[in-house]
Ligand binder design. Sequence first.
Ligand code: AQP
Length: 334
Amino acid sequence: MKKARLYSGMQPSADSLQIGNYIGALMQWRDLQETYDAFFSVVDLHALTQPNDPAELREKTRRTAAQYIAAGIEPSKSTLYVQSHVPAHAELAWILSTITGFGEAGRMTQFKDKSQRYGSDATSVGLFTYPVLMAADILLYQTDIVPVGDDQKQHVELTRDLAERFNGRYGEAFRVPMPVIQQETARIYDLQNPLAKMSKSAESEAGVLWLLDDPAASAKKIMRAVTDSEGAVRYDRENKPGVSNLLVIYAALTGRQIASIEDEYAGRGYGDFKKGLADVVMAEFEPVRARAMDLLGDPAELDRVLAINAARAAEVADETLAKVYDSVGLLRRA
Ligand code: AQP
């Protein structure tokens, strides 16, 4: 039987991914690639919506791809490629932008948040059309499911609306995808501000655990993580967000139930618990880091693997794009 298709991606917006990207996305992708025909891209065109140093963006793109592989995404099993290597993404985004309402795009909360944060002079049209490019990413591959965090749900809803609108107007060209929303327990918060989502672009580094960081630095950040004065290792998201976040990380990385971790640390202080967690994080990250560094030591080989995967992606994407061009009435080149 043909496997259902899955699409997801991450921006190469930092030298290293953070533990939220790992637990909230990569660990799940690693499992999902077994049952789905999975496409995972490094969305470098999206990353252009932030200011970038060109040489650094190239490096971050390689590093992000290396971390996908190091975390267990297998380029022989999944299609792991760089978005800009498949020109159909930008081309379909243009077509989709012509059927997207201005007001519809303006209602996207991520755009509203980011544009407020940057101010109108620093807000580009690219940031405004970011969700249209994301819709193109998903629709090019006739995707069945899109695993995303709940902050991306609105973008997948827009994708569905655009697919249905296009199909209704021009005839069936796209499969209408379903979002699969990540569970609350897969969401990781900043260690210093456990009410804010941990993010690659956090203002302060103190609350972010980087996959490629020196293990001693990660351990230090865990030991300094914000907790509370109760002293009990107990999950209570509302009243104990710091400790709850650490428990979620512990449980996600060990596959254990939160209750069993609470039992283990009952009557022991936060120091012991944090030390235990630091050991868990270091044991998990160490092989990932070593493998990523190994891959980055041979960039020509990494580029070769990415090129093979981009060719595989382009085969599927080009077929969808050709259909779309025909549907909207663009004259075929003789
Ligand atoms: N804190 C998090 N907890 C759980 N999942 C998370 N993801 C990101 N942060 C957390 C998941 O990682 C993937 C990365 O998506 P992205 O790179 O396109 O952007 P993002 O979601 O905005 O991630 P960041 O790290 O916060 O990046 P910046 O700072 O560049 O915006 C997604 O699957 C996301 O759900």
